[in-house]
Write a protein that binds this ligand. Structure first.
Ligand SMILES: [Zn+2]
Length: 377
């Protein structure tokens, strides 16, 4: 992860780079910010900058062997530590590294997560994670080794507030006097819950919210949103990167569904069988959960079309976007109370079939041909 992958925070990024360029990296630092902040992302970018072999003034190079490994989260000198839940396979061994594959998956996709998303990804939602004494021992062991490739060894410890007292006390001495060229980067959401003795040994840096314009640019570069959607996402997120991403992802799916729906209805109307074959192939590749979500979306739009048909002047009750509404102006003429009842049953049955593992391609082709008949009635 490079600094440029993170929206805004230019001043903080500059300060962090300067510590490296001027050779005054503190050996114990605490980045803290509310859930969804860029604290963990910044720790990653900082670690990559520290270990980069061809460091530029504004950022890590992004292409040296060290940067590549850092980006893939496999750099041997960048160690991650994070809370886990002692249950199932981890009941006897609670070292973070046992979950490194899962950690890489989620952090690669979204470095702005909170603990709930992490536990959900671990498959242990509704449980509280911890950093146990075993993990402290492991950290001490790892930092005592010589670094493999870089001048520095960097330990990114996510959520130090989840260390139990024993684990924290064990780490105290290392944080106070780490081996030479070792950097502790603690990343916290609730710094007030960190043991004061740990807290007092770190140089703390508050990671603020992202400013409106930077967040807006960040989303604009990554998602195809309309001006309206963009503005809404940015103001709703209020500087929180995770929330902004979540909203934009949701929008992305909604737009994708709308496009699929409109195409589907046009093909079914004809019916264009070769076109429908391509369309069902596409649907089948989406995976079961998404197929189910799409069926729900279809039901929602059809219901809205029925409302539009029987109460065309009542705009207030309509819950469609501008583009959906545009399509529905003409399409709604074909949705009546009579065929809606049958469409409703048809889509619900399809939903059950998909849930029950019936092959998606067959289900969607069958539904398409039945929709054709119902629309023509
Ligand atoms: Zn590099």
């Amino acid at each position: 992860m490079q600094f440029k992958d993170i929206p805004g925070l230019e001043e903080i990024k500059h300060r962090l780079r300067q510590t490296v360029l001027e050779n005054r990296i503190s050996h114990a630092q605490l980045f803290y910010g509310e859930e969804g902040s860029a604290a963990l992302a910044l720790a990653r970018a900082y670690a990559q900058y520290i270990t980069c072999l061809d460091r530029q003034e504004g950022d890590s190079c992004g292409v040296c062997s060290s940067c590549i490994k850092s980006q893939e989260l496999i750099h041997p000198d960048i160690i991650f530590s994070y809370p886990v839940v002692k249950s199932g396979a981890m009941a006897r061994d609670s070292r973070s590294n046992l979950q490194i594959e899962k950690w890489r998956e989620i952090i690669q996709e979204n470095p702005y997560i909170g603990p709930a998303q992490w536990y959900e990804h671990l498959g242990v939602e509704n449980k509280q994670g911890m950093i146990y004494t075993e993990e402290s021992d492991e950290i001490i062991r790892k930092i005592s080794l010589k670094s493999f490739e870089s001048e520095y060894k960097v330990l990114i410890l996510w959520l130090p507030e989840k260390m139990n007292a024993n684990a924290a006390n064990k780490l105290l001495k290392s944080i106070e006097e780490p081996p030479d060229k070792t950097v502790f980067l603690l990343v916290s959401i609730e710094p007030e819950k960190i043991l004061p003795t740990i807290m007092s040994r770190c140089q703390a840096l508050k990671i603020p919210k992202i400013d409106h314009d930077s967040l807006r640019r960040f989303l604009q570069e990554r998602y195809r949103l309309t001006e309206d959607e963009l503005e809404r996402a940015v103001s709703w997120a209020g500087g929180n990167v995770r929330d902004a991403l979540q909203l934009a992802e949701g929008k992305k799916e909604e737009n994708e569904f709308m496009e699929l729906f409109i195409r589907w209805m046009r093909l079914a109307w004809v019916p264009d069988v070769p076109g429908l074959t391509t369309w069902t192939d596409e649907m089948a590749s989406l995976g079961r959960e998404k197929q189910k979500a799409f069926l729900k979306y279809t039901l929602h739009i059809l219901r809205e079309n029925l409302l539009l048909n029987i109460l065309p002047s009542n705009k207030k009750i309509n819950r469609m976007t501008k583009q959906e509404h545009e399509f529905s102006k003409k399409f709604s003429a074909f949705i009546s109370a009579e065929n809606m009842e049958k469409l409703h049953d048809l889509l619900n049955k399809a939903f059950d079939h998909i849930s029950g593992n019936v092959y998606g391609k067959l289900v969607f082709m069958d539904v398409s041909l039945k929709i054709h008949k119902l629309l023509k009635k």
